[in-house]
Design a protein around this ligand. Structure first.
Ligand SMILES: Nc1nc2c(ncn2[C@@H]2O[C@H](COP(=O)(O)OP(=O)(O)OP(=O)(O)O)[C@@H](O)[C@H]2O)c(=O)[nH]1
Ligand SMILES: [Zn+2]
Length: 358
């Protein structure tokens, strides 16, 4: 740990650095690289430090998203450096966020990774190729705040590449589309060219499309495992993959297990369906659902072959999913308010007592 680490190599931006230096004198800055159960690995200038969150941060945290996530820039307490455990005092504002619903019980946002600048959406050119799925991934990417780039993988297995590219272009407005084969290394340089030195990038897409293969090629070696000094529930020493990886060509890759099972949480329909949004401005009714309303510009565009029926269908389907999510979030925010009041007053009984006094 004697070798100093330059956090710029781990994606530290001027703005984040300034914010930290102005507001947190006496503390030190780090970036979360792995999330364990109640512990985090944090990369600092002095090396990777196993850390936990402060009691205060834990007390203030209401939602899952109030806890640190991989990619977060966090403020660490200097005093606790001696015993090897860092104490996370706070999280700097996130520039971009990838999240998903917590499977099972609560409908709450769980942050999978944060502060990603560019996200490579991977789709294989063989049987995985599905334009509707690509649409969803693009929507999800825009909403995260990261810049999407499409990678069409396994080019060696495809005979009608140009046809598939034009199909992808139909849904990927203004987005770079790269054609790649990890077998003959075609297009790998184009991926490298997209990753600038301070960029934090991530790869998303269905299982088996070749994400790990690309990451390994960029790394020039197999993914390293990190040996964990912590023991798991059964007393075993556990091994985990490093989830925030520095690339030899410059830049950082975030690859968490959660990234691989991303579902739509918050699609940004405005951007990914800008064609439909634009056309629908000419619908006679402002709240036109593009179903059986008269003078519907979207229906007309379909008749004229400007957009496909399928695209409208997937737009509507996504819209429904998002509305459903919004309802749930609304419910969630009500529960949140309640919880905040309870935190303030100690308990719901406390609220009743105050009310009764009036
Ligand atoms: N023909 C061909 N096969 C590839 C290419 N890239 C990867 N593969 C193969 O596809 C399989 C899956 O690749 P992975 O890199 O593990 O896929 P992944 O997207 O990381 O999958 P998950 O870890 O499940 O998310 C492996 O058997 C690879 O060897 C390619 O460009 N061409
Ligand atoms: Zn309409």
């Amino acid at each position: 740990m004697d070798k100093m680490i330059n956090l710029i190599d781990f994606g530290l931006k001027e703005e984040t650095k300034r914010k930290f230096e102005e507001n947190y004198k006496g503390y030190f800055l780090g970036r979360v690289s792995v999330e364990h159960k109640n512990m985090y690995r944090v990369i600092t200038e002095k090396g990777e430090i196993l850390s936990k969150i402060s009691g205060k941060l834990n007390y203030k945290a209401i939602l899952k998203s109030d806890y640190p996530a991989v990619g977060d820039w966090v403020i660490l307490n200097k005093d606790n450096e001696k015993d090897g455990i860092g104490i996370i005092q706070g999280i700097l504002p996130r520039k971009s966020v990838f999240s998903r619903n917590i499977p099972g019980k609560k409908n709450e946002e769980q942050i999978i990774a944060s502060n990603i600048d560019k996200v490579f959406i991977c789709m294989a050119l063989n049987n995985d190729f599905n334009i509707r799925r690509l649409e969803r991934y693009i929507s999800l990417a825009w909403d995260s705040g990261a810049q999407p780039i499409v990678i069409l993988t396994k080019a060696d297995l495809c005979k009608n590449i140009s046809e598939k590219i034009s199909k992808a272009e139909e849904v990927a407005f203004g987005i770079n589309i790269l054609v790649v084969s990890s077998i003959n290394l075609e297009g790998i340089d184009r991926i490298k060219a997209q990753i600038k030195p301070k960029d934090t990038v991530a790869f998303i897409g269905s299982s088996g499309v070749g994400k790990s293969t690309i990451i390994n090629i960029l790394l020039g070696e197999e993914r390293q495992k990190v040996n964990d000094i912590r023991k798991d529930d059964k007393g075993r020493h556990t091994t985990t993959y490093r989830e925030l990886i520095k690339l030899p060509c410059g830049g950082i890759v975030i690859d968490t297990p959660g990234m691989r099972e991303l579902q739509i949480y918050n699609g940004d329909l405005e951007t990914s369906f800008s064609d439909i949004n634009e056309i629908s401005k000419n619908c006679y009714f402002r709240d036109c659902k593009h179903e059986s309303e008269p003078k519907c510009a979207v229906k007309k565009a379909i008749e004229e072959g400007k957009i496909t029926e399928e695209r409208l269908k997937s737009y509507k389907k996504l819209q429904k999913e998002l509305e459903y999510m919004e309802d749930k979030k609304l419910l969630n925010s009500k529960q949140l308010e309640k919880k905040k009041i309870v935190n303030m007053l100690g308990s719901l009984d406390g609220i009743k007592k105050i009310k009764n006094r009036k």
